[in-house]
Ligand binder design. Structure first.
Ligand code: ADP
Length: 396
């Protein structure tokens, strides 16, 4: 069975086609600059990579271009569009009602449209991407997979903010959590490696956007991102958690409105804001190695905050069986992983620095020291596969 996974953004449409008999992606690519000038990349294992300019004014033209490539005699991997059994769509936000992956019918779309205010950047393009795919492939199942749904079982004490309760009742202001599909995937892998589906696991998804999640018995009990993906650890350009009064104080002293204050904390903070060098962890690390004190400070702040959140989750769970690193920084930055795990032996977290320094990239690695009470793993994330799997399960 072939499942197409679609991740539609405001100016891009990423896709992967999975063969669920072999659990492998047989084609993937990205239509970029939708509505501008259009570039498409398309990759299939065993074939040369393909990249070309292609005008797509909207998501519909982009998905038509994808289907043409997938069925192309030379570049394609399927004989006809009919071989696609279902489409899985990534949504960053499923609100409070879409508590699990679901077949997308009129009610689900109406609900998603009603919550775009909670998710103004990702919501509208994801809905538009779905509608385009539905128009082009009307007779197959379309499934929505929501980053927030992994957090649906969190207790009220973990998601209600200590602000006037009416703000929750009237505006649904609460912790939602994000990156749930990634945390769900790597936490399940860790539980499998431990041979314990009831395990207590802390997963660190560290990329351009970063979040940390605590999972017990396969369910998330807490997570560092909140009402928006701005909360938690510092990120490429986002501050992560800060004293909320800083926002109103910035507005006063800089005489700026809410939008500009928001842009400072969302686009000019984090690694970029502190280092003044870059939002990319590799550039910041290189600058730190070359003696740039602010770049070193930016990384120290990141490590400090990751440790703080891990510690708080161990306290919440009354222990931890595994610590997992994933995403761009978590999978690749060996120094950062070592810095996070340093001086954590009291919690039972001890790393084999040699294994950590030499484990192959792109593969699962157990980087814990021999005999460590807590397992430390590097697990490459695969959100697209998780979306394909949910889509398969809701289509069978
Ligand atoms: P996104 O959140 O956009 O999906 P990624 O998960 O791809 O981001 O992570 C991007 C981050 O990963 C960047 O800060 C980048 O510097 C970092 N990264 C990627 N490769 C490496 C590497 N080899 N060493 C250190 N950091 C890396």
């Amino acid at each position: 069975m072939k499942i197409l996974v679609v991740n539609a953004g405001s100016s891009s449409l990423k896709y992967q086609l999975f063969d669920m008999d072999t659990n492998a992606a047989i084609a993937k690519g990205n239509c970029e600059r939708i509505g501008i000038d259009g570039v498409v990349t398309h990759k299939c294992p065993g074939k040369p990579d393909y990249k070309t300019e292609a005008a797509f004014p909207d998501h519909r033209a982009a998905i038509e271009c994808v289907l043409k490539l997938l069925t192309d005699k030379e570049l394609g991997v399927i004989g006809s569009v009919d071989e696609i059994s279902a489409v899985g769509h990534r949504f960053a936000h499923g609100g409070e009602k879409l508590r699990a992956s679901a077949a997308l019918g009129a009610d689900e779309i109406k609900y998603l449209e009603s919550i775009v205010g909670l998710n103004p950047l990702h919501g509208p393009p994801a809905i538009s991407g779905f509608k385009a795919c539905k128009e082009v492939m009307p007779n197959i199942n379309h499934v929505g997979v929501f980053d927030t749904s992994y957090y649906s079982d969190m207790e009220e004490k973990a998601y209600i903010y200590p602000i006037p309760y009416e703000l929750y009742e009237d505006y649904r202001i609460r912790r939602y959590g994000f990156h749930g599909t990634s945390h769900r995937y790597v936490a399940a892998k860790a539980a499998e490696l431990l041979g314990n589906k009831n395990a207590k696991i802390v997963t660190c998804h560290l990329g351009n956007g970063s979040s940390i999640t605590a999972t017990v018995n396969g369910k998330a009990i807490d997570t560092s991102m909140g009402f928006t993906p701005q909360d938690g650890v510092p990120m490429g350009t986002r501050s992560g958690a800060i004293d909320p009064t800083v926002v109103t104080y910035i507005q006063k002293v800089k005489n700026v409105g809410a939008e500009e204050a928001d842009a400072i904390l969302n686009k000019k903070s984090g690694l970029l804001g502190v280092s003044g060098v870059s939002s990319d962890c590799r550039d910041v690390s290189e600058a730190a190695e070359n003696g740039n004190a602010r770049a070193k400070l930016a990384l120290d702040i990141l490590v400090h905050n990751i440790k703080k959140i891990i510690g708080s989750y161990v306290a919440e769970m009354n222990g931890v069986d595994a610590l997992v690193f994933t995403a761009g920084i978590g999978e690749n930055d060996r120094e950062l992983r070592a810095a996070v795990c340093k001086d954590m032996s009291w919690l039972g977290i001890e790393m084999d620095e040699n294994v950590n320094a030499t484990c192959p990239r792109g593969e699962i690695a157990d980087v814990s020291a021999k005999g460590a009470k807590v397992k430390t793993y590097v697990i490459p994330t695969n959100e697209e596969y998780m979306i394909a799997l949910d889509t398969l399960n809701l289509t069978k």
